[in-house]
Structure formats: C-alpha cells, structure tokens
Design a protein around this ligand. Structure first.
Ligand code: GCW
Length: 718
C-alpha cells in the first residue's frame, strides 16, 4: 500500500475503533462481517439496492442502508433505478413496488398493519416493504440487524408487526438539566441552546430509538414544571419534534396540573371549572399549532406532593378526562399515572393504587391510558405484578418499567433488566382464567383494547456512552425490543445485544448471555432476597438503610416494609394481614396466601414468618436469608471471573471499564449483605449461617455512612 494511504487508513481505523470503544455508537456499530463464507453470501445476495425516495423517512432508511452495508460488507453497494435486476435489495412501500411483486406478497401484506414490515425473498431479490414509510425504516434496521448478528438471509421471510401502539421513553429530566434518578450525566436536552442549536445527539438519539421501534418520548419529568408549557419552551419542544418526526418519534410533555394557576394566572386548577377547561384547551391548541403531531400529556397527579384534581375534591377521572378532551381533536392521548399513595391512608401502600383506580374502570375517555408501574410498590429489584393488571378490562393500561436503575445499583451495577420485565410480562393474572398474562393485558389482546402502550423511564444522559454503565445500553435496547414485542425472550435479547455491541464470537456470546441473564437474580439476592423490598437508604436510595424508621411518612420507612421483630420478619399481606392478596384473581391470591404454594421469591412480600420457619431446603428462614445474601455476593464474583475470560474478544478499554465497575459492584454487594444481616441480627439474635462470610465492619459503621451528593437525587420541587 502507498505510504500515505496506509497512514490515512490507520488513522481512519483508529477513529472508528475509538468510537466503537467509547460506546457512543450503541448497538449500531456495523463492524465488517468476519465470517468469510457469510460475507461472500451477503455480497452475492446484495449486489445493488433499489430504494424508494420521496420522504425524509425514506431518505433516512436509504442513508442507513448505505452506512450499514458499506461497513458490514466492506464494499460500496450501488443504487439502481429498477427493482427488476437480480440480486437487488428492493426497499419501498407496498404501493410503490412492481405489480408482480405485489401479487406475490399479497397475502402477507393483507395482515401488515400499523408500522409493521415484511422482509422476504422474491426470485433473486430481497424485498423490504411496509405500508408506511416508517415501516420501511423499521424494516431496514431489522435487516441490518440480521447481518450484524450474522444470520442467514437466504430465503428470508420475516413479517413483523409492533404489538403495542405507544412505545415510549419517559425522561425524568428537569429544565435545569438535572435528571431525577438519572445516573448517566446531565439531561441530553440543552434547553438553553434550543431552538437554534440542534445537537447531533438529538439526531443520534432518534436514530437509536427508531432502530428498536421506539416511537415516542416524554421530554420532561413527571414531577413537572409548568414552564415547559410556556411559549418560550414550546418553541424549543417544536425544534426537537421536528428532528424526531422523520424517525417516527412523537414528542409528549408532562402536564403540571396546577399550570393554569402558575402560568395562566387563574385562581384555580379545578378540572370542572369552565375557565380552567378553556385554558387547557387553548394551551393544547397552541401546542398543536406548533407541533401538529404532538403526542399528548403524561400526568402525575396527587402523588408525592404533585397537584391534581383531588386538591379540588375531584377525581382522577375528572382530571384525566378534562385533559383528554383538549387533545382528542388532534388525536392526542393522555397517559395518567396510577402511582398514587397517600400518607393519610393507613392501608398498605401496595393496595392503594388498585383501591383508587379499579372502581373507575370504564369511566375514562377513549384517549386516556392509565400508566401502571410493573409492581404495586415502586420498581424494586423484585415485585409481584401490579394487581391492576387483570382488573380493569374496560381501560387501556400501559406498562411503566424503569430502565434507569434507581433501586438496582444505579449505573454502577451490571443488571440486565429485560429479565425482570419478562418475569412481569409472563405473570398470569388469571383475569379470564389460566393464560391471561400481563403481556396480553399490555398488547390489548385480553380485552380487545383499542389503544396500547409501554413506557420505560429512561437511563439516558450526556455520558459519552449514553447510559453510564456500558451494559445499561442493553436495558434501553431490551426495553425497546419488548415494547415492540412483549413476548420476546430476555435471553434472545441479551444474545442479540451482545452480538451487536461486542462480538459475534460464540465463546463470548454464550458465557456472556448466561452472565447477563443471571445478573438480575444476583442483585435481588444481595439487596432484597426472599421477597424483601424497599430496604434502601433514604432520599438518594443509594445503598442499604433497612434501619430507617423515623421519616415523617410511615410508608417511606424501610421498617414499614420488612417489619422485622424478635419473632420474625416480613409483611403479612394475606387475609390475616393487610389482605393485599385479595386484589388478585382468586387463583393468584390463593397461590400467594398459602405457604406451600407461595413462591419463595415472594415469601416475605406476602408473609411475616418466624426466624425459625423452615424453607423448602429444610433450613431456617434466618439461615436462608444469610445464604441468599451470600449467594448474591458469590454471583457477582462469578460475573467477575467470567469477565476476565472475555479479554480476547473486546478492546482493552471495553474490558477495563466493566472490570472496574464489577469491582465496585462486588464491594457494594458485600456492603448490602453485611449491613442488612448485621441489622436483622439485632432482632433474630442468631448466629450467621456458617456458609456466610462474616462482616468485617460493625453495624454502627454502616449506619454512620452518609452520601449527601449521591447522584440522581430528587430535587426539592415543592
Ligand atoms: O420511585 C419514585 C422515585 C421518584 C419518582 C417517583 C415516581 C419521579 O423515587 O423520584 O418521581 O417514584 O415514579 O413518580
């Protein structure tokens, strides 16, 4: 090679590998196919591209194919003007295809709907087609993923239809760029520079989301600031909406219920007041004038100090329907959160959302979705599914998962969340007998819901790799894949993500898939085993604080949840206790109520048991607790050991960053084990089981730890 060319090639390769190594490229790395046979077969099948043009979305698809194929196949694939040449990749909407191709694929096309797509072989060509331009773009990303993960494309026939309508990220981002429960740096929305300055990140964000089928984003925190609804900010929101539109991503905002008072100069925000109604109607019209495809509002009302209709003696129905009417003429929706609990309600917090919302089933307007967290408390490492799923047949219920790891080790711990999501989606509500899974509630098939959705609280920030922990990307990715298809297996998602992100080498993919799948159980074990929950320290939620019992609101105290005493530990939610189990279908309630059938993973969620209660392995509850904490620590050690063997497959930076993080994770896993067990020992008065490593520090030491600057802390909004 010529000296100069060699020099520039080296520089180019260096730049490419740097951007691969720093994680910015996410799962869209498009590394050259290493497998020679596959490379040849791909090159033979794709000798040219015929691509429909016309819209911005189609242009994006075309650009993505150029970028992807030239890198993956390491050759420039020419565009041609006819779809009839052999070995051409034909990409376009159905109406645009040759009549002959249309006839051939007619059957599949009949069932193609929403933004689904079809990838199929026709004679010597591969066709990517859809009813909408966005469907074409989704098909393009899917096809590129086939190549990236080195799957065969010979005789490819893949029909994909998204199973939910609204696949959305919820950013808990504040206007000052702090992110509530965000652990990956500042908010990516640079409000101060908008609308004039379009950060490249906005485009890259849209592209990444489109690549996994996410089609909506709520830009602002549910602990909302009314200012985002003022003209000054609407202009900025419009600029973002304009960037996202060709990627099929709609923008939504959080609506602060008291906005008519705060920015509208009204004296009330009563949803039944005609002036208030008019104010919101005008506000919606103003937003839609700037953003004709604005998605709608997300609302946290009468929850944790946020204002809402109850401030005026009105109900959630009154509040939600009032807002729904303002966006209905523009095809907008209202996503009304069910995360409510009150310090004035002495009943079990786990019961409150159900008690409040289930009687309202059928009373909401058609464009209202109720957004329900996966479990009845709050994104804990493990919770049983929320009893509202399966109890509101007449109301669209959206799933709310948390992608950011508020209670699962921030962006320091490697925890693969799709495993948690899958557990919830697979859970059986028994609403209409066996097989009435949560997934069927979410995709609307159980009660033929007209509108469906899934929300994920984003883990995205300004860190170069977007999510802080490199494996945090897998949680964003996996969330998107499950929002598209809630029936996907978490294992398949892990494998796919590993191939896209790191390597296709089986010696990497197989052990790492295993590591990711087990990582979720590890965190449950070292933080909250056997159904324990809400044991974290107060405010910032960093580290263990099971001893905290002096907070003003009883249900904010960890002691409220574990109820440890000289006799035993656990929250009795059976009919002898809070009777929360009665909110589930009788089959599920009975399963949880009976000690013989209650899964041990939920034991202390539903039962208060004596320290000497014998578990299935014949050992006491106390010993089992110690064993589980130890198992969690051992599992992290196992993860560390597995990672050591991955060095040959990745760059040294990639290796180092996860290696350092796993060390911290191990340290913190031990901290959780030791602090929790020392504290519980003050009640059990029993020796630690012999298999458990003995704590090296005292309980006083752990109780003295303070972290005033832990990240993601909730701002003082009130
Ligand atoms: O989990 C709790 C968080 C709050 C959050 C709240 C919610 C946005 O600690 O920070 O507020 O849930 O979901 O509304």
């Amino acid at each position: 090679m010529h000296k100069k060319t060699a020099f520039f090639t080296t520089i180019l390769l260096l730049c490419v590998s740097l951007s691969f190594a720093n994680g910015y490229e996410l799962w869209l790395k498009y590394r050259k196919i290493q497998n020679k046979t596959l490379l040849t077969s791909y090159r033979n099948s794709i000798q040219s591209i015929y691509h429909e043009t016309g819209s911005e979305t189609l242009e994006i698809s075309k650009k993505e194919l150029t970028r992807g194929l030239s890198a993956l196949l390491d050759t420039a694939v020419p565009f041609v003007n006819s779809s009839s040449e052999a070995h051409t990749l034909v990409v376009g909407t159905i109406d645009h295809l040759d009549a002959e191709i249309q006839n051939q694929i007619e059957k599949s096309v009949l069932i193609l709907k929403k933004d689904g797509f079809l990838i199929t072989s026709h004679e010597n060509n591969i066709i990517i087609t859809a009813k909408s331009d966005l469907g074409v773009l989704y098909g393009t990303f899917y096809f590129l993923r086939q190549l990236q993960t080195q799957r065969s494309i010979e005789d490819i026939h893949q029909l994909e239809i998204p199973k939910t309508d609204i696949r959305i990220l919820n950013h808990w981002d504040n206007l000052d760029r702090s992110v509530e429960r965000g652990y990956a740096g500042a908010s990516i929305w640079k409000w101060h520079r908008l609308p004039g300055y379009i950060d490249q990140r906005y485009i890259d964000y849209a592209r990444a989301n489109a690549s996994i089928g996410i089609n909506g984003t709520v830009l602002t925190n549910v602990n909302a600031n009314a200012l985002v609804l003022t003209p000054h900010y609407i202009e900025k929101v419009k600029a973002l909406a304009d960037v996202f539109r060709p990627y099929g991503i709609k923008v939504y905002l959080t609506a602060r219920f008291s906005a008519p008072i705060e920015i509208g100069e009204l004296s009330t925000a009563d949803p039944l007041d005609p002036e208030v109604q008019q104010w919101w109607k005008d506000k919606a019209d103003e937003i839609y004038k700037a953003i004709p495809d604005f998605g709608g509002f997300l609302v946290k009302a009468n929850s944790e100090g946020q204002p809402g209709p109850q401030n005026y003696g009105r109900s959630h129905v009154d509040g939600a329907n009032m807002l729904a009417e303002t966006v209905a003429p523009h095809n907008g929706v209202v996503m009304w959160r069910a995360f409510v609990y009150s310090e004035h309600d002495a009943t079990d917090r786990a019961k409150q959302a159900y008690s409040e919302f289930v009687p309202m089933d059928g009373k909401f307007k058609d464009n209202v979705l109720i957004q329900v967290k996966n479990g009845p408390i709050d994104f804990q490492p493990r919770e049983p599914f929320h009893p509202m799923f399966g109890a509101m047949p007449k109301t669209p219920l959206m799933m709310e998962f948390q992608i950011t790891q508020e209670y699962l080790g921030f962006s320091t711990h490697l925890v693969f969340l799709p495993k948690l999501y899958e557990e919830v989606l697979d859970a059986d509500t028994y609403q209409h007998g066996k097989g009435s899974t949560v997934a069927k509630v979410i995709d609307g098939t159980l009660d033929d819901k007209k509108i469906t959705g899934m929300a994920g609280v984003a883990n995205i920030g300004s860190d170069i790799n977007w999510t802080g922990h490199p494996f945090g990307q897998a949680n964003w990715y996996g969330y998107g894949r499950l929002a598209w298809d809630p029936y996907l297996s978490s294992e398949k998602i892990a494998e796919e993500w590993l191939r896209l992100t790191y390597s296709n080498d089986e010696d990497f993919v197989t052990p790492m898939t295993d590591l990711m799948i087990k990582s979720r159980e590890a965190v449950v074990n070292y933080m909250t085993p056997l159904g324990l929950h809400h044991l974290m320290d107060t405010g910032h939620h960093y580290g263990p604080g099971p001893w905290v019992g002096n907070l003003s609101r009883p249900e904010w105290n960890p002691t409220y949840y574990h109820k440890a005493d000289a006799e035993g530990i656990g929250f009795d939610r059976t009919p002898t206790g809070s009777d929360a189990t009665s909110q589930y279908a009788s089959e599920v309630a009975t399963m949880f109520n009976e000690l013989e059938t209650c899964p041990e993973t939920y034991l202390l969620w539903f039962h208060h048991l004596s320290w000497d209660y014998k578990l299935k392995n014949g050992k006491t509850l106390w010993d089992n607790l110690g064993l589980k904490y130890q198992e969690g620590v051992d599992q992290v050690e196992g993860m560390q050991a597995a990672w050591q063997k991955m060095k040959p497959f990745i760059t040294s930076n990639q290796f180092k960053e996860v290696n350092m993080l796993l060390k911290i994770q191990l340290k913190e896993a031990k901290w959780w084990r030791d602090a929790s067990m020392l504290y519980f020992q003050t009640f059990s008065k029993r020796e630690f089981p012999k298999e458990m490593e003995k704590p090296t520090k005292t309980l006083d030491y752990y109780q003295s730890l303070k972290f005033p600057y832990a990240p993601g802390i909730r701002p003082q909004w009130d």
